[in-house]
Every structure is written in structure tokens, then in C-alpha cells.
Design a protein around this ligand. Sequence first.
Ligand code: EPS
Length: 426
Amino acid sequence: MTAPFRFLTAGESHGRTLGVTIEGVPAGLALTEADLVVDLARRQRGYGRGARQQIEHDRAEIVAGVRHGRTLGSPILLLVANRDWENWTTVMQVEPLSDEEAAALLAAAEGGDKKAAPVTRVRPGHGDLAGALKYGHDDVRNVLERASARETAARVAAGGVARAFLRELGIEVWSFTAEVGGVAVDPARATRSREEADASPLRCPDPDAEAAMIARIDEAREAGDTVGGVFEVVATGVPIGLGSYVHWDRRLDAALAAAVMSINIVKGVELGLGFEQTRRFGSQVHDVIEGRGDAGRWIHRSNNAGGLTAGVSNGEPIVVRGAVKPISTLARPLPSADLLTGAAVEKAHYERSDISVVPAAGVVGEAMVLLTLAAFVLEKTGGDSMAEVRDSMARWRERLAQPPGGDGAAEPAMDSRGDAGSGGDD
Ligand code: EPS
């Protein structure tokens, strides 16, 4: 068994490079490094980001799977270098340390260089304790280097490939900051265009809410604290019929929820109205179906379902919200315990971090939605080349504009039953 579309990342936060292999991208897709740079830069921005982003200028280098600007159908390998690695070469060295190197590292640690010292005061809310015990590490650096959200740069690079693929099929994905520290966007005051929101400090469409969100971030910074929020990802142009209700693992809603939940900092996912549905009567929740409109498009009067019913896309925009917990590395650390002694310590480990990352998490959310949709599109269309995928998608969209039911109107020659059918009921 092979999965038609999948990706795997590698890399530590302060290692030499991050990498991602993407398998199953059809041949013939136009792809250059310039296509990937925009989202990588968007991921780095946002009010509340830490000093690391001043060091990095993320770019994905395409090292395999593309020739003369077109994908080959073979695995694509992208590398995103960590510029900060130059400051960590001995700490993160791949080769065993020589006696001299080990002695130098120890001396640096004893001299107060925090980077050089083993980390044992586990941070509440981080993967430190569970990760160290699971893998048997006596230095939490062996956990935090991979658990770090730095890895999401590789996901965003992969998401850029999925974006180029889906754009050819008329599918677009974007996101915005919906909430920070309990301050929420008011849809009635969300006056900014998508471009204006994207250029704003928190990638937020409501300027008044954004000002209050910024004040919350400042408040957290002054207190040595951190603050979370909610991002919303919206996918448009998704045709009816991606995913299926026939098995749990073929449901697009479940796959999107898992994909967004897999983002390091996400602790909750909502689709459409999400938990709000539980507070309303059914008549105030379910989207009335208006009928088939112009160009054969099915129209709902509202989109509380977030574009997904029974695990299948229903033609409305797909709306996924991710709940971002506050960053777990605090400048004023919480009490904790030491991994080796098991004894309580006054303060958990601290190293440079961010105050708030909701806009960046939204860009990662886009990437995860893009990658998931790409997999489900390919499951629907099949195809080894972009020409095949495009043809298949165009035929599917044409078929959707017709009454369903057997006559194969969009494709008469393909009707295996050899029967004209009734042509539906209208
Ligand atoms: C991140 C890079 C990291 C952190 C952050 C996300 O850089 P550094 O650890 O060198 O400061 O800024 O990671 C975390 C918040 C975390 O908890 O691991 C990035 O590029 O997104």
C-alpha cells in the first residue's frame, strides 16, 4: 500500500537545517523557490514574535523533484536552513564530541553560557518531561530541539507546494487572527481587506480588536508572561465531494481536525460554528439549502457547518479554527521540578521565546489545511500529471452542475451501464 500524497519533515530547531520530503505531487506543476518564500515570510511575522525571527530569513531550497521549473512526479525535497545554527555548532554537533570539544562545552556551561549547559528543569506545558522520560534523555535539549515550533517552517514550505498545486484547480486558502487573550474580532467591524489584514501587525481584519489584542500582548510581555488566541483558516473554491462518510478515516472533517491539532501549540479545533452549535436549537444551526443556482452551483443560505457535512465538502468555504495555547516558555518561569533529582525547583528553565504566535500559527494552519486538501483532491481525481488532474477536476465540476443519477451527462461515453438513465428529477 502506498499513500498517494504525504510529507515528512526532519530537523532540530538549532540544527544545521530543516527538511521536508513531499511525495505524490503530480508531474508538470510549475514550481520555483519564489513560490515558497511568501508564506515562509508570513510565518515569521506578527506582533509578539521573539528575537529568533530577527536572525532567520527563511527560504526553502528545492533540491529534488523539480527540473526546469516543473515538478517531475518524483519526491520533492526542500531544505530550510537555520541561520542560528552558526551559534550552536558545538552544542548541536552531529559527530561525537572530541575530548577537547566536550571540555570546552563544559567550561562554557560553567562560565554561565546557558546554551552549553544540559537542560533539566522541565518547563510546565512543554514536551520536556514526557518527552525526556519517553525517549530516555537526561538532557531536555534532546526533546525541545525537535518539539520546538521551529519545525513548522518546514511544514509551511511544504504547504507552499500544496498551495501552488491547489491554485491551479481554483482552490485558495488563507487565514486571519480571530482572537488574542480573550479579545475577539467583531465580524461587523472587520473592515480590512484580505491584503490589508495580511499586512497588519497581527494579520487581523478588525483594526479596533487588533489594537486591544496588541495591548494584551504588551501586558503579557511586561508581566514576563505569554498569551494565546484563535486563528481561523478559510478555504474557498473547494468542490462538493472531497472526503467521504463511508469510513471514519476517509472523512475530510476528521483529517482537517487532526492536521490542525498536530500544530505544536494547538489545543482545540472547531469546524464552522464548532462548540457554539451546542448552545443553539437545530433550526438556528443547520444551513438551509437554497437550491442549484447559476452555473449549477449548489447554494446554502448560511455556512454554519463550515463547508463540511458528514465528512464531505459541501461546496461552501471550509472554515477551521485553531485554539492556540499561550507559549509555554515564560520569561518569569513557573515553579517546576528537576528531571534528574525529581525535586521541586523554584523556576523552570527559560530560554529565548515568543510572547504570542497566533498570526504565525494561522499561517501554519493554512499549510496544514492546504496539505490535507491536496491529499483529498488527489484521492478524488487521481492523476500522475497536472494535465490529468486538471481534466479530472474539470469533469467533476461539470458533473456537479448536472442532476445526479446515472445518465453520465457530463461524460456519455463513460457510462458503463450503457443506459441513458432518467436524467434526475428536474
Ligand atoms: C520558532 C523558533 C524558536 C522559538 C519558537 C518558534 O526559536 P528559539 O527557540 O531559537 O527562540 O521562537 O519556539 C517555541 C516557542 C517553542 O516553544 O519551542 C519558530 O521559528 O517558529
